[in-house]
Design a protein around this ligand. Sequence first.
Ligand SMILES: Cc1ncc(COP(=O)(O)OP(=O)(O)O)c(N)n1
Ligand SMILES: Cc1ncsc1CCOP(=O)(O)O
Ligand SMILES: [Mg+2]
Length: 205
Amino acid sequence: MVSLQFITHQTERYSYFESARMALEGGCKWIQLRMKDASLKEVEAVALQLKPLCKEYEAVLILDDHVELVKKLEVDGVHLGKKDMPIDQARQMLGEAFIIGGTANTFEDVVQHYRAGADYLGIGPFRFTTTKKNLSPVLGLEGYSSILSQMKEANIELPVVAIGGITNEDIPDILRTGVNGIAMSGTILRAENPVEETRKILSNS
Ligand SMILES: Cc1ncc(COP(=O)(O)OP(=O)(O)O)c(N)n1
Ligand SMILES: Cc1ncsc1CCOP(=O)(O)O
Ligand SMILES: [Mg+2]
């Protein structure tokens, strides 16, 4: 079963909470609550709803960006990008028990996050996506192969999650580059049945 991190998104059909609920029902064990342009109060309200549901499904819940909220609500962790709190500062605030993920687009980003104490890396984008504004350069399969071989050479052992415009058909090739997991949003939420789509995605090995 592929390791899948579902990234929440609000669509015309689904709320952030509903998007996560469907992924959980489909068997996903790792939810990232990402609510771009929402206030802290709005993120807190959804996180409070989602926390018990993730517990029921024995799934990990992390928040995008909001380190203080992660600490306050005692969810499992946070995902941080270049414009967010630096990872070493977040680690100081949260301690070792919380998961901290960092966004990387280059090998240099990887080294920086490794030194700062990240637990995993979200490397992307794999291809163009409308889910995120101001995308970094697209990596494609070659980008992953190159970054992962540089990590191997430098003895950097950190789990890598590929993200950005990934479809179910892409997953076998992406995993062959040595990536450990996949993060997805749009492909699941655009599917006619997001619960079934999640199941189908998870059946990749
Ligand atoms: C798993 C994963 N990888 C990358 C990102 C992107 O994070 P960031 O660069 O901080 O951009 P925003 O998501 O905050 O717009 C992510 N969220 N998750
Ligand atoms: C948060 C994020 N960071 C890079 S791409 C992306 C969104 C991924 O969503 P999708 O699977 O819809 O392309
Ligand atoms: Mg961010």
